[in-house]
Design a binder for this molecule. Structure first.
Ligand code: F6R
Length: 261
């Protein structure tokens, strides 16, 4: 696991976008795993800019989103399909049939989840998975106590997540209780994982994920078992890490050829 402490969220997101750009240039048929929420929005803004100014080409890229609310229509502004269209897909040249987002209105949920897993395999697996983290350590919507080998399925949101996500809904609207999410096992098969966390509200979950014991209580702690995970943190999100000085030292002394420029 590589832990990089960046001055602010903007530079962390610019770094993640450069990783994605390098991947697409090296592998035009790259398969991206994407996240929603507030954290990755600047990553998507950077990618749109790279598409518009540097002709970064998404025409052969395939994407799989982590999750979607169960029962929410794709036209609802809080749905993740709507979010992705607004924040990325409508502004780059990715063909619609290469975009995958769990369908919260699927008639047969378990068949749909199995098909989602099969589609990821058919695409050759995920090259780079972008992740945010929940206040209690969730990745995707794998809440505490999720099986660490789980696959795409329905999960129940914990009250804290529903409270955190209230901001995406109108005041008179209920945040759904249920979601479809890639499993932790699904996420762990991505060849590269990039976890982004910014702000003090993420500090506890980050410290427990990166330095605490591996436990289903903190789903992101499973990332300690992944071979190629980069964690990008601002100072506030990194503030509860015991070994913060060591992570800085390692990054500063990295071989030049290993750097993402
Ligand atoms: C979103 C997702 C979630 C979020 C997490 C952080 O697709 O899977 O795990 O990444 O809840 O959300 P923000 O970025 O809004 O703090």
């Amino acid at each position: 696991m590589e832990i990089i402490i960046v001055p602010d969220a903007q530079s962390g997101c610019a770094y993640a976008a450069r990783m994605i750009e390098k991947l697409i240039v090296r592998k035009p048929k790259a398969v991206l795993g994407l996240a929603t929420g507030s954290t990755p929005i600047p990553v998507y803004q950077n990618l749109i800019e790279k598409h518009q100014k540097n002709n970064l080409d998404f025409s052969q890229v395939t994407t799989f989103n982590l999750d979607e609310y169960l029962g929410l229509d794709p036209s609802h502004p809080a749905s993740y399909r709507y979010f992705m269209r607004e924040n990325l897909f409508s502004k780059i040249n990715i063909p619609e049939n290469q975009i995958h987002i769990p369908d919260g209105l699927a008639h047969d949920i378990s068949a749909h989840c199995a098909e989602y897993e099969a589609d990821i395999l058919k695409a050759g697996g995920i090259d780079l998975q972008l992740l945010g983290i929940g206040g209690e350590g969730h990745i995707g919507f794998n809440e505490p106590s999720s099986s660490l080998t789980s696959r795409t399925r329905v999960k129940t949101l914990i009250p804290r997540t529903r409270e955190d996500n209230k901001r995406f809904f109108k005041p008179n609207e209920e945040v759904p209780h249920h979601v479809l999410t890639m499993g932790i096992g699904t996420i762990m098969e991505a060849r590269t994982i990039v976890l982004l966390a910014f702000g003090a509200a993420k500090a506890e979950a980050i410290a427990r994920s990166l330095e605490g014991p591996l436990t289903a209580r903190i789903p992101a702690s499973i990332l300690q078992m992944h071979q190629n995970t980069v964690v990008l943190l601002d100072e506030a999100a990194a503030s509860k890490l015991e070994m913060i000085d060591y992570y800085r030292y390692v990054y500063e002394n990295k071989c030049d050829w290993q750097r993402v420029k």
